[in-house]
Design a protein around this ligand. Structure first.
Ligand code: TXA
Ligand code: MG
Length: 363
């Protein structure tokens, strides 16, 4: 066990002065990254566990700390597009347009990687690398300070829900990493959207996330945007041919057995009520995750609210904390209301389905 240092960042006005103050606060964290240590940091999506992407010893430390399978590649984080120069082959105009529209932001673009630009552990031996520029002042200052591309998967133990607070990171990784930058709760709450370019005007979403399919279509109207099928149909297809290697693993899962219930709100509520009653009579500790409009009506041991169903972005922000809360309360059976697969709802349903091991009931 090592001691995990903590640096608490207080959000300030984005003046030049505070930018200097920020890099000063993060100097030690940046120095640790530069010397091959692991440092967790906030992004706009979830917390990441960072390492110098060029340093195989450092990167292998990530896999060890997370208990992550080695065939699942890592996303490389940059603070400036100029960092792409030594990292990837010249890329098509479609890639530049996505960068202009969405960086910094929750979009990871998979591009052909230059030989020896990053540790082969980062790419898991693929000829491509996923790159993104996070929309978070502390993350950008840290990457800039480190002066290297930073490989950073979500800062959870493999299989656990991704961390949206520094406390979540410490739950999983205290003593296993050199430090953590605490920037408070993250804004988006779900990971970045991962895309690959399948043609000069074709984008395939490999993992739905913070940037929606609708946003991509709006930003590049001439491009074909191929979105994955909803979780109910995609489970079998994914098992056959996982394209984004990470998508094949059970992810984001709470310890309790979870089921997603999707469809007509009244039917969904009635079904959940009946299931909760049955589980309680079997002596099981029950949990329900529901929208604020219906949460008060459930009689489970732990009832958590997504917030209003008219604010799916807030539901996305709250999801992972809720899953961890069920664990903290020792809940054995969980029912979660599903949502429509539109906008951020697509990523939300994707993560819910993963958390539930694809146990989805449609009513
Ligand atoms: O929002 C995020 O993306 C967060 C924060 C920390 O930036 N990071 C994150 O990393 O979610 P991770 O390692 O938990 O997920 C990376 C995903 C995996 O599904 C992985 O398979 C996919 O990106 N990926 C990475 N490189 C890839 C590549 N070259 N080709 C296809 N998929 C790739
Ligand atoms: Mg992850």
């Amino acid at each position: 066990m090592m001691t995990t240092k903590q640096w608490r960042i207080v959000e300030e006005q984005s003046s030049e002065q505070s930018a200097d103050a920020l890099s000063e606060q993060l100097a030690e964290a940046a120095q640790l990254l530069r010397t091959g240590k692991l440092v967790a940091f906030p992004t706009e999506t979830v917390y990441g566990i960072g390492a110098d992407a060029r340093n195989s010893d450092a990167v292998s430390g990530i896999f060890k700390a997370k208990g992550r399978p080695s065939d699942n590649p890592l996303i490389v984080h940059i603070a400036d597009v100029s960092q792409l120069n030594g990292l990837v082959h010249p890329y098509p105009q479609l890639a530049s347009r996505l960068m202009e529209q969405f960086w910094p932001g929750p979009l990871t673009i998979v591009l052909p990687v230059l030989p020896d630009a990053v540790s082969p552990l980062v790419t898991a031996g693929l000829a491509t690398v996923g790159v993104r520029m996070p929309d978070h002042t502390a993350a950008l200052a840290l990457i800039r300070g480190a002066g290297c591309p930073v490989a950073a998967p979500s800062a959870n133990r493999s299989g656990r829900p991704s961390p949206t607070t520094a406390a979540h990171v410490l739950e999983d990784l205290d003593g296993a990493i050199s430090g953590i930058v605490d920037g408070g709760p993250t804004g988006v709450g779900l990971e970045s959207t991962v895309v690959e370019l399948t043609g000069p005007n074709a984008i395939r979403i490999l993992r739905p996330g913070g940037i929606t399919a609708e946003q991509l279509r709006h930003a590049v109207p001439e491009a074909e945007v191929d979105a994955p099928p909803p979780p109910t149909e995609s489970a079998a297809a994914e098992a056959e041919a996982p394209r984004s290697p990470g998508m094949k693993y059970t992810h984001y899962a709470p310890r309790g057995v979870m089921e997603i219930v999707q469809g007509d709100a009244a039917k969904v509520a009635a079904y959940i009520e009946q299931q909760v009653a049955a589980a309680k009579s079997r002596g099981e500790k029950t949990g329900v995750l529901a929208f604020a409009e219906r949460a008060p009506q459930f009689a489970a041991d732990a009832v958590l609210s997504y917030g209003s169903e008219s604010q799916l972005a807030q539901a996305a922000q709250r999801l992972y904390a809720a899953l961890r809360q069920f664990d903290a309360e020792g809940v054995q059976r969980i029912w979660a209301e599903g949502c429509e697969e539109q906008g951020i709802g697509m990523a939300l349903m994707n993560r819910l389905a993963k958390a539930a091991g694809n146990r989805i009931t449609q009513l």
